[in-house]
Design a protein around this ligand. Structure first.
Ligand code: ADP
Length: 319
């Protein structure tokens, strides 16, 4: 293999730039030419491709977002779209592709591999919802952003003796809510993977009020229900002064943490090695601090599971 490509796709995540840098530098280190595809699969179909040099990825390791831009592309879900993409790659003499993104992006990488074009998937999403890896690139940074917000909100919650509902990202996966809630000392954490009983929550709130604790933090993953709805129900059932804060897109940006930069560097580099070893159709990940790889199809057929022990612990610690 002489020429490889790299693209970022789906939702952006802090650390994607560090992963791109690793792919480019690792590739060049081993004598490959590395091409950047701008704008995800849409950019691929339109041939937005350019050669990247060592200097092209200078000064990006600390930046959030992705220098290669990201996009969503419906056309790429069709066979025609995928074949157009392969045509572009062949035109440039590119023989393998690293795709940095979430599970939708992995679907695209899998489709290209099935059409005979080898791809390796690198998990980049703040949601931490990809099977086969304990951590995805961007999750740790998003957590640190959320914890900063929770700490600030706690100051106000405490000063005004209020109950605060903090809605965080996570449509299908509660990892952001669970980890940030545990780290932020939330009294209640609501995740899509677990049922909740609003009366049980309000009873506990009332009990802690009686004990003299007049402020509370409740973290809700957006996939459960809206924070506004929970806030309304809690206020109605308890009469406590309640406020809602929806953190939104601030969770996606920002300079990546050390953990995400190192993870991205390791995963990006391993993806290049796999392509050089002729192993397309793989997805890299980290398990017990070791870089691993699996069949992309295996990852796509598996379901991400929330760490139930952590959920139990969060409940034990928030009595
Ligand atoms: P993420 O990668 O963050 O999960 P999306 O689910 O939006 O984000 O997927 C990103 C892009 O991957 C889509 O816009 C589309 O171009 C491509 N993609 C998603 N699903 C498929 C599929 N089944 N087949 C081919 N490409 C897909």
């Amino acid at each position: 293999m002489k020429r490889i490509g790299v693209l970022t796709s789906g939702g952006d995540a802090p650390g994607m730039n560090a992963a791109i840098r690793a792919v480019v530098r690792k590739g060049i280190y081993h004598g490959l030419e590395v091409y950047g595809i701008t704008g995800g699969y849409a950019g691929l179909i339109h041939g937005n491709i350019e050669k990247l040099e060592l200097g092209s990825v200078g000064d990006i390791i600390h930046q959030g977002g992705t220098m290669l831009l990201s996009a969503r592309c419906e056309e790429f879900k069709t066979k025609e779209g995928q074949l157009k993409g392969i045509e572009q790659l062949k035109k440039w003499g590119i023989e393998g592709l690293v795709v940095i993104g979430g599970d939708g992006s992995f679907q695209g990488a899998n489709a290209l591999t099935r059409h005979g074009f080898p791809c390796v998937g690198v998990p980049g999403t703040i949601d931490n919802d990809i099977p086969g890896t304990q951590f995805t690139i961007g999750f740790d940074t998003a957590l640190n952003t959320v914890i900063d917000a929770i700490d600030r909100i706690r100051d106000t919650a405490q000063s005004h003796e209020r109950t605060f509902i903090i809605e965080v990202m996570g449509r299908n996966a509660g990892d952001i809510a669970l980890w940030s809630g545990l780290a932020g000392g939330a009294e209640t954490i609501l995740v899509p993977e677990d049922d909740y009983d609003i009366h049980e929550i309000t009873d506990r709130l009332k009990k802690s009020h009686e004990r003299g604790k007049k402020h509370s933090i409740i973290v809700v993953a957006e996939g459960v229900t809206s924070g506004v709805e929970i806030g309304k129900q809690i206020e109605e059932l308890t009469g406590f002064d309640t406020r809602v804060s929806i953190l939104g897109h601030m969770q996606r940006g920002g300079s990546p943490t050390v953990f995400d930069r190192v993870l991205a560097s390791r995963l990006g580099a391993r993806a290049v090695e796999l392509l050089m070893e002729g192993k397309g159709g793989r997805a890299v990940g980290i398990v017990d601090n070791k870089i691993v790889d699996h069949e992309i199809t295996e990852i796509l057929n598996a379901t991400h599971t929330l760490d139930k022990n952590l959920l139990t612990l969060s409940k034990e610690l928030s009595i």
